[in-house]
Write a protein that binds this ligand. Structure first.
Ligand code: ZN
Length: 205
């Protein structure tokens, strides 16, 4: 399937003791040398990291342009220090920038469209009813779950009556359920550990 199931990309952040905050990443967002998000585009040039939404491809949903070495700002991706350059960002990636932790997340929704053999391939069958879709028939493409794109095809009527109306039903391939709560960064206790870095696994006493 060429259609991307990602419908929105969010940027989350939390400094050591602050509450979690979130914005929709519709435009580039920059982070200042002291780890503060700069939302105004005209100020973006003074950021040490600029996070850009991109057209989702495979699991990559955004990119981070890191220009932090000159300001001696420490930047880490998922706990690993990174140098200046362009980093691909995937769902649930964590960026630590000068004492503030950022996360990127993708929300996805099922794609509703009409079956066209030329676009979707010949002899496509509904994953539920196993019946062949007819040219022009309404169909739903499963978006997948975070980190796992799906693309399984359902006849729209079957999806509505069987999957959407039954809270126990989910995509047979990936487990996606319409209306499932969106992803959130780890809880505050886990966040503090991430922010403070990994502690050695030693037990005393
Ligand atoms: Zn699925």
């Amino acid at each position: 399937m060429s259609q991307s199931p990602v419908t929105a990309v969010s940027l989350w952040w939390a400094s050591t003791d602050s509450d979690l905050e979130r914005i929709a990443l519709d435009d580039a967002a920059s982070v200042s040398p002291d780890g503060v998000l700069i939302r105004h585009d005209r100020l973006a040039r003074c950021g040490v990291v600029t996070i850009l939404p991109i057209a989702p491809r495979d699991l990559v949903i955004a990119a981070a342009l890191v220009n932090a070495a000159a300001s001696r700002v420490w930047v880490a991706l998922n706990g690993c220090p990174v140098g200046d350059g362009l980093l691909p960002l995937r769902h649930a990636d964590q960026l630590a920038i000068a004492g503030t932790t950022f996360w990127i997340s993708a929300e996805s929704a099922a794609v509703r469209t009409h079956y066209r053999a030329a676009e979707h391939g010949p002899q496509v069958r509904c994953a539920l009813t196993k019946s062949r879709l007819e040219e022009g028939q309404e169909m739903v493409i499963c978006p997948g779950v975070p980190g796992t794109p799906c693309g399984r095809v359902y006849a729209a009527a079957a999806w509505e009556t069987v999957v959407e109306r039954n809270p126990l039903m989910k995509c047979m391939q990936c487990g996606y359920r319409p209306g499932r709560p969106a992803w959130r960064p780890p809880d505050p206790v886990a966040r503090k550990d991430l922010i403070h870095g990994l502690r050695p696994f030693t037990h005393r006493g």
